[in-house]
Design a protein around this ligand. Sequence first.
Ligand SMILES: Nc1ncnc2c1ncn2[C@@H]1O[C@H](COP(=O)(O)OP(=O)(O)OP(=O)(O)O)[C@@H](O)[C@H]1O
Ligand SMILES: [Mg+2]
Length: 214
Amino acid sequence: MIIGVLNQKGGVGKTTIAVNLASCFSHAGRSVLLVDADPQGSALSWSSVRAAEPAFAVVGMAKPTLHRELPALAKNYDVVLIDGAPRVNELARAAILASDLVLIPVQPSPYDIWAASDTVKLIREARIYKEDLQARFAINRKITNTAIGRDFSVALDQFPDTPVLDVPLIQRVVYAESAARGLSVLEAAPQSEAAKELKRLAALIFPNPERQAA
Ligand SMILES: Nc1ncnc2c1ncn2[C@@H]1O[C@H](COP(=O)(O)OP(=O)(O)OP(=O)(O)O)[C@@H](O)[C@H]1O
Ligand SMILES: [Mg+2]
């Protein structure tokens, strides 16, 4: 399964979610490839500041031909996560076409809702070629007990072909702290609330990972 973590808007949490889901799936016993499809090379930088090799493979492939090159490589893994680039439409199109499921991280702000429509539009265009393409919003950096947090899921209902995943990721400092050390949250703080949320999100995307990995 190829999961693209994509949003044309910058700074919404694409790299954070791609790296941490890669870690969750790998922790659950799956073979995982993380593809850095962003010319900024953030996922590659993450893996290069680590003291030890990550438990999953990381490659750079920021190319508009990604959708043609990735399937052959993807066959060797249970799960492939694509960390997408912001803004560049031709890279986003290639990453969307390569994906079975697109996760669109969004922060609870009106700007993110307006910007989300650009990414949803690209996904709808891709469905002309790839009918089964799935898409889900993943709410990131939610601040607990705020009205904007509550109203936000409702505002996303305007995209009926893109349901919202039921496990929002909360705004927590452990995301930046772990990334600075080249670690996933699961590695840096395995007992943290953030780690529990991430595991729940991973299980929602890929149910019963232990059983399927066996
Ligand atoms: N849930 C969270 N809580 C706190 N900080 C977060 C959270 N998610 C992401 N961040 C921080 O937000 C910043 C942007 O995140 P990230 O780099 O993952 O976004 P991005 O969408 O990949 O950005 P770009 O579009 O530049 O590739 C980073 O500093 C990251 O540590
Ligand atoms: Mg990024």
